[in-house]
Design a binder for this molecule. Sequence first.
Ligand SMILES: Nc1ncnc2c1ncn2[C@@H]1O[C@H](COP(=O)(O)OP(=O)(O)OP(=O)(O)O)[C@@H](O)[C@H]1O
Length: 335
Amino acid sequence: MNDTFAKFVIGAANQFAHAAALAVANFPASGYNPLFIYGGSGLGKTHLLRAIGEHVQQRAASRRVAYLPAERFVSDWVHHLQHNRTADFRQHYRQVDMLLVDDIQYLAGKPRAQEEFFHTFNALVEANRYIVLTSDRLPQDIAPLDPRLRSRFAAGLMAEMQPPDLETRLAILQRKAAAHDLVLSPDVAMLIATQIRTNVPDLEVALARLTAYASLYNLAEVTTDMADTMLAQFFAERAEAITAARIQSAVAERLELNVSHLRSKDRRRAVAFARQVAMYLCRELTDASLPEIGRAFGGKDHSTVLHACAKIAGLEETDEDVARLLWQLRRALGK
Ligand SMILES: Nc1ncnc2c1ncn2[C@@H]1O[C@H](COP(=O)(O)OP(=O)(O)OP(=O)(O)O)[C@@H](O)[C@H]1O
């Protein structure tokens, strides 16, 4: 499904970002460049970015719009570099009318890609081409980042997105329920919106479950009982205690290994790294002591656990890939 402006529910928490995005999509003659949209996960940053691209293409198909996650900019750059095709890369990115880059914080800690992005950025701004960036944090909190890029980002128009307030959550629920042909009475919608307050994907999960229940019972309208059952299950899952075993499964799944590898003596690099990540998360997210954590990994020494924790803590500070991995794992574990 396309993310469009029409599908975006506007509320106090996102109306400024929405207005700024729409203004950019209408190609202002002049204005702040870049537009920098930032905020927590699942608040609609990607949706707005895609909506800009969609809007521009609908109205002026000849405009060249490039939408991409920052991760792709980096991998594309590395690919072109390896094949001695940097000129093609530059030509491609510097010729667009609008550049939309998602999750720009991903550039942190990648000096060569930052350098290239800096030149792309300057070339586009000089040519009066618009740039829109999204990020999960403010430019000053993206680190390590070339100060020249940081100041370019900060010189743009900053649009923060905050978690939706109750009224917006209700509107989002009703809009998405209608898209599923599901009827939510005002009471049921209120019940869900008062309890699920975090972000939009959580509301989407709740609705998907209700849609499944409703079709199971062959009902078009969600009853209060159905909503109560769904909410109880939703919160029970979130509250499920985090154990070393759950962490090991999450790490193994994410890094495509078996849990048994993590508990083994296997010293291959990928396995050792995964084990260290899992130990670090056990230290952070459970009450287990160092020896207990060691035992959960097939009888490792407490000093091995300590070393793993120090190493991963250091990498989390300096290596954006590791920071991102940890962020994804915490999220998968409901943290
Ligand atoms: N205001 C809104 N109206 C309608 N749908 C929304 C709104 N905000 C978010 N969504 C929906 O919520 C989901 C998550 O949004 P999105 O991916 O844009 O979040 P994000 O801020 O980019 O998060 P992340 O940084 O985790 O990618 C999408 O399905 C999106 O369409």
